[in-house]
Design a binder for this molecule. Structure first.
Ligand code: GLV
Ligand code: MN
Ligand code: MN
Length: 414
């Protein structure tokens, strides 16, 4: 594993302090993709291919037929850590370099998935879902950032997709997502930091992921009426934030009794956002995760009920719940997991099987190819914050496992 490359990625950030800000579908993500591709700039056989979703592929050879692919993402959340995503990309590149020294014709590629975090539009796994054929046309106009820009507008601005057009018949804006995968994946593996503390507590160096929890995200929005915060009597107010804030306080109850169910409101906002003005518009983004679709359905049912019963308690305020995105719980390939396990055994490294409550691009890839995912321990068990870290020897181990897995797997890929 090239620590040097990881350090290079670390320097590519829109902010100089407090971690790394390299948001998806921005010039900062582009710069990181270019830095990754530059590793092979003197390698005549490896081409950098960018697709219509903004993903990058570093492909050895002609790109025809099924390929062994390793990868992850290079975008971060605002003020994120240096290893979330970058570890898997740097590890994949280092492994591919070593494989090519042994077999220069190997049908091997690195995938760098765009906008895994989904920060701007609230939808995760953007690039890998596009590759897996899971992006629906309606996502492009339905999803808007805090400024009201749609995903369709952004993709057009970045030259990835055509601009949305107005339909002659209905007058409505229309956007169609056009995507052709640039290569076929025969088998896929991704290395990632654990982002939790189970490995450290169990004293193991590698976690082999058998299953990843699903994620559903919702936007709840309320509309009331703005007025003076001093002169408007309490009984005459239509304060849009009150029902939203009340709901958020009750969210933890919605996952009671659901094994490994979690629910979070990480975004809340109110307008006009002035201390002495009653808000007339408020919103929150809520996400919930659970290992089974049945449990996700149950949490969603409870959430809808909470919204339905909170509305009438806020007279004159309309409350609306809309779905932003849904990623189904995903089992990882048993075959790939067993082969990663075998690699750990050969390297004399203690591993354990585990579930992941964090989402990863490997989930989307698993819909179209056998895919494996493994973790190395996160120091202090923390992630999505600037002090996220792992031990150097574990970072190196991630690359070592990918390299050994790729060598073994290439014997099987036709
Ligand atoms: C990915 O970072 C996630 O939200 O699980
Ligand atoms: Mn992340
Ligand atoms: Mn990640």
């Amino acid at each position: 594993m090239s620590l040097q490359l990881l350090k290079r990625f670390q320097k590519i950030s829109a902010t100089k302090k407090d971690g790394i800000t390299r948001l998806g579908l921005t010039e900062w993500e582009d710069k990181a993709h270019a830095a990754a591709a530059s590793v092979f700039s003197r390698h005549r056989r490896v081409k950098h291919v960018r697709d219509q979703a903004g993903n990058s592929f570093l492909i050895n050879g002609d790109g025809k037929g099924p390929y062994l692919v390793m990868g992850s993402h290079l975008d971060t959340i605002p003020n994120g850590g240096w290893l979330d995503g970058a570890l898997g990309v740097a590890g994949a590149i280092a492994a591919m370099q070593r494989v090519l020294r042994i077999d220069r014709d190997a049908r091997i590629a690195v995938a760098i998935w765009a906008d895994e975090e989904g920060y701007r539009f609230g939808n995760g796994l953007w690039g890998s879902r596009a590759f897996a054929g899971e992006v629906r046309d309606d996502e492009l106009l339905r999803l808007r950032d805090s400024e009201g820009t749609s995903l369709a507008d952004l993709l057009a601005e970045r030259g990835l997709q055509k601009k949305p057009r107005r339909s002659r018949e209905t007058g409505e804006l229309e956007a169609k997502f056009v995507y052709k995968p640039p290569l076929e994946i025969a088998v896929y593996a991704e290395a990632h930091i654990e982002q939790g503390s189970r490995l450290i507590r169990a004293g193991k160096r590698v976690g082999l992921v058998t299953h990843v929890s699903g994620i559903r995200r919702w936007r709840v929005e309320s509309v009331g009426e703005t007025n003076h915060a001093g002169t408007t009597p309490m009984r005459e107010r239509r304060d849009a934030l009150v029902p939203i804030a009340g709901m958020v306080g009750r969210l933890p109850q919605l996952v009671r009794g659901v094994e490994n169910g979690v629910i979070t409101c990480g975004v809340i906002g109110a307008e006009p956002g002035v201390a002495n003005v009653i808000p007339d518009r408020a919103w929150a983004i809520i996400e919930h995760r659970a290992p089974t679709e049945r449990d996700q359905d149950e949490i969603a049912r409870r959430l809808k009920e909470l919204v339905a019963t909170t509305g009438p308690r806020a007279p004159g305020v309309g409350l609306d719940l809309t779905s932003i995105s849904a990623v189904r719980p995903t089992p990882m390939s048993e075959e790939v997991t067993a082969r990663l396990e075998e690699v750990c055994r050969k390297l004399n490294v203690e591993s354990m099987r585990m579930e992941s409550m964090a989402a990863h691009d490997a989930m989307a890839v698993a819909r179209v190819a056998p895919a494996g995912l493994f973790f190395i321990p996160s120091l202090k068990g923390v992630s999505h914050r600037p002090d996220e870290d792992s031990r150097k020897e574990d970072i190196k181990l991630a690359g070592e496992i990918l390299f050994n897995w790729a060598l073994a797997e290439l014997e099987r890929v036709p």
